[in-house]
Design a protein around this ligand. Sequence first.
Ligand code: F6P
Length: 357
Amino acid sequence: MKRIGMLTSGGDCQALNAAMRGVVKSLATSGIEMEVYGFLEGYKGLIYGNFRMLSPKDFSGILTRGGTILGTSRTPFKTIREPDENGLDKVEAMKQNYYKLQLDCLVVLGGNGSQKTANLLSEEGLNVVSLPKTIDNDLWGTDMTFGFQSAVDVATTAIDYIHTTADSHGRVFIVEVMGHKVGWLTLNAGMAGGADVILIPEIPYDIKKVIDAIEGREKRGSRFTILAVAEGAISKEDAKLSKKEYKEKLANYVYPSVSYELADQIQKLTGREVRVTVPGHMQRGGAPDPYDRVFASRLGAEAGQLILKEKYGYMVAYKNREIVKVPLSEIAGKLKKVPSDASIIKEAKMLGVCFGD
Ligand code: F6P
């Protein structure tokens, strides 16, 4: 008999349900008896003892369903050691609930912050197995996270749609893509959608280079330009600012996001009509694509096997086309950025894509 706690934490993404289904199916197929305690709304559920008993039936029919059947929330790692508004020690509360329910292990599906908390709980003595979720693909220790490919699909579709209207009107269009502080999503959706300019946080941009790219296209007979801009894109000047100076700039920032600032600059400097489209949370919504269904199911299946073998303290990951396990202590606190010398960047440049550098 295995008593398994499970939770989904942080921003949701596609294929969370597929991954949980993978874990439970893999355990059920082995013939082991189990009790699954589904903690509601992420770590909050574990802290406050809010859970739902789940049977294998609850995991049936959810392979294709977006969101998470457990609900999720953000419980920031940086305040995890601080007591809550009623003075409750959150880490102690999580441990107490784990022991009270006599759990054999805790399965955590999460991104960067959630993996840090998973590592902390593992260091505190709980048996933890985690799975890598996030549309940002910024988790250290894995080449790919689930949710990423589905989000690439959504962002690419947005760029595809914009292409036709941009062509009709001969406008400059900016599509702002999620991804937090990294550019994986923008880079991949931008290339898949044939964006002419791709701006990512890892390569600070020079507005003059961006304008050269727009004007160059016009000289070559193109009536429109599409820019895929990461929500975390940053100009060369801003990248030079100290943390304090950048914070000050943001405090007086008049634009909703970097895309609107860019649009304003391009409009003023070139006189061209510029429009901004922000697909936003659509990128995390809807059904997982076939890639993510397969990928999350594989990760879930392997997580189930780790539980059977009682191998704890690991995240199931994907490296060099293989599913592997990576110690949680190796992942926590690191960010997987797009290397500025990545071959995909070089190849995009060979195709004429401007990165603003
Ligand atoms: O980490 C996933 C993500 O969608 C990021 O791409 C984005 O910056 C952030 O979450 C948005 O967070 P929230 O849903 O809390 O607004």
